[in-house]
Design a binder for this molecule. Sequence first.
Ligand code: TRP
Length: 335
Amino acid sequence: MYQDKKVVFSGVQPSGVLTIGNYLGAIRNFADFSEEYHCYYCVVDEHAITVRQVPADLRRRTYETLALYIACGLDPEKNTLYVQSHVSAHAELGWILDCYTMFGELSRMTQFKDKSAKNADNINAGLFTYPALMAADILLYQTDLVPVGADQKQHLELTRDVAARFNQVYGDTFVVPDPYIPKTSAKIMSLADPTKKMSKSDENENAVVRILDPRDAIIRKFKRAVTDSGSEIKYAEGKDGIMNLMSIYSAFTGKTMDEIEREFDGKGYGDFKMAVGETCADALAPVQAEFARLMNDKAYLEDVMIKGAEAAARDAARTMSKVRRKIGFTDPRRK
Ligand code: TRP
């Protein structure tokens, strides 16, 4: 769509409070693309309502997620930052793509299986067709690259399949996007059970470190992190807890596993956990300060939302007009 630059798109749901897994695996990397790519970063509130939300909480978290984007280094002048429900083309293309996405494909999605197990009393149609809406988000902007955590890989593959299928039927319409999954820290595990992914909806608060947790809570959670009964800081089989802490430390410091092993040679788990906690708290402090400042400036956030939605709607309209024409929808106003 833009001859000069390739396109990046990603989205974060305004549900739950984001964890260091979301930070290290996705959001932290978003700013890396701002110079080289034309970037869209969306607060996907339409995805969030596939699980029942308290309206006031959804509203507040939508502002918070946008503030967090900016606090993590995304400059609204250099990136299109906006809220999904402010651009009606998402829902519109979402419906169209529902008709090009197969029941069987959606039935295989592991996130659907997980979420329907967790929300057995509300397995709604939106939860099932969620990946078609996600495909619409991405394909609307002729996206080349989608930075996401490892858990979204399956949704990305479905997006590629749907794009290719549509192109096959109607001729070139959508760019077929590639996922971008960072190697390090693609998967941060729970501090209470290091064989499970750290999840923002975990009921055990000690299992999860959140981007906005205060310093003392971060340090306390790392101190309590579950580890094995050994004493060496080593990246080795059977030491899931230590490996997870090493991955987190490595992600924040850029140090390799070898360097970390050397740094903590002869030291115990207690020293290591303290170092990870302090490093994490230090790294998040500037993000938290900027977040607090932005949350006090609602007018600014609203200005960003409005401008972002205008820009996104303009770009989305180009794809929509092409899609409508190809499908055979009438358009009497078009000359
Ligand atoms: N499904 C993603 C998640 O749960 C959020 C999302 C929605 C998304 N639309 C997207 C991510 C488009 C990347 C691109 O994390």
